[in-house]
Design a protein around this ligand. Structure first.
Ligand SMILES: NC(=O)c1ccc[n+]([C@@H]2O[C@H](COP(=O)([O-])OP(=O)(O)OC[C@H]3O[C@@H](n4cnc5c(N)ncnc54)[C@H](OP(=O)(O)O)[C@@H]3O)[C@@H](O)[C@H]2O)c1
Length: 290
């Protein structure tokens, strides 16, 4: 797609996307920058910032920010505000909360430090960014998007991920009510199985997350986890491309009246459907699989 650059500034608004070094975040950042938007994308490592800069997209601005730590957040806010002012933008048109890892394993053996990091990245950082940028988002009649799971389900060995999704769902929907009536629109992008580093790494991550756990307690899960790893490997072959999520995000940003939820990717429809069933039935269905 051709970059629409107008006399040194980009058209079509500005977007801040978290976690653009790879996967869904990268696909979103690249697609929106190619469409002529001014895109601020957070990355942790310098080499990731350099790799994005090397794409030569004039609107793409990588920003270094570790979302688990956030001490650089005030500097990032100042940089974004200054760039927006330079570009003549009234404010930020969209915040896309995307960054997150892939913490897998049974609840009993969950690495609590890793879970604390995940909570900081998926929840606290998203809230901190939201609080910092809401005035700017209001000025631009902007949108807040959350990249999330397709259904709120008790998915075995994925609590590290899905507990965050339940909380994101609560925050996003409550926020929509609190700032509704003219405030920035809040949109959940509910993704099915997407082909990304985190998505595909689940079996390997599982082995790493169980290392060092007491063997007698690991043994309780060995058979189930071997079955789970096999089903994950089968799923990997069917995952959707992250570019499909980027396409959906672009649609949600372009719509005059965006929906509050969009579904995209393999299994997103069926997961959403299962979520609507009575909870005891959902639990039985998931137990039969797990
Ligand atoms: N893949 C799926 O099937 C799927 C489905 C539904 C929802 N999601 C959600 O989609 C989001 C993106 O994941 P993905 O699948 O695209 O995986 P990914 O390729 O691994 O991307 C994750 C991104 O988050 C960043 N990140 C992780 N920890 C961070 C931290 N402390 N500070 C700053 N950035 C951090 C990563 O940066 P680094 O490179 O520095 O680690 C990376 O850019 C996640 O929230 C995930 O839960 C994924």
């Amino acid at each position: 797609m051709k970059v629409r650059e107008l006399a040194g500034r980009t058209a079509a608004g500005s977007v801040l996307v978290t976690g653009v070094s790879s996967g869904i975040g990268r696909a979103i950042a690249v697609r929106l920058a190619e469409a002529g938007r001014l895109v601020f994308g957070t990355v942790r490592r310098r080499e990731d910032a350099d790799a994005l800069a090397a794409l030569g997209l004039p609107g793409l601005r990588p920003l270094r920010l570790d979302l688990a730590r956030l001490e650089r957040l005030p500097e990032v806010v100042r940089t974004v505000d200054a760039e927006l002012a330079r570009a003549g933008e009234p404010g930020l048109s969209a915040l896309v909360n995307n960054a997150g890892g892939s913490l897998v394993g049974p609840v009993e053996l969950m690495d609590l430090e890793a879970f604390a990091t995940e909570l900081r990245v998926r929840l606290l950082a998203a809230l901190a960014l939201l609080q910092a940028f809401l005035p700017s988002l209001r000025r631009a009649a902007g949108r807040v998007l959350w990249i999330a799971t397709p259904g709120l389900l008790p998915t075995p060995y994925a609590t590290g991920i899905h507990a965050c999704d339940f909380a994101v769902n609560c925050i996003a929907r409550t926020l929509a009510i609190e700032i509704g009536g003219g405030g920035p629109k809040v949109v959940l992008i509910r993704c099915g199985a997407i082909r990304t580093r985190s998505g595909m790494a689940t079996a390997g991550d599982l082995a790493a997350s169980l290392a060092g756990r007491p063997p007698e307690r690991r043994a309780l899960y060995e058979e189930k986890l071997a079955r789970w790893a096999r089903s994950m490997a089968e799923l990997d072959a069917k995952r959707s491309a992250p570019e499909r999520v980027a396409e959906t995000v672009e649609r949600a940003l372009a719509a005059a009246r965006p929906r509050s939820r969009y579904r995209v990717g393999y299994l997103s429809g069926v997961a959403g459907l299962i979520e609507t069933l009575p909870q005891p039935l959902v639990d039985r269905l998931l137990a039969a699989r797990g």
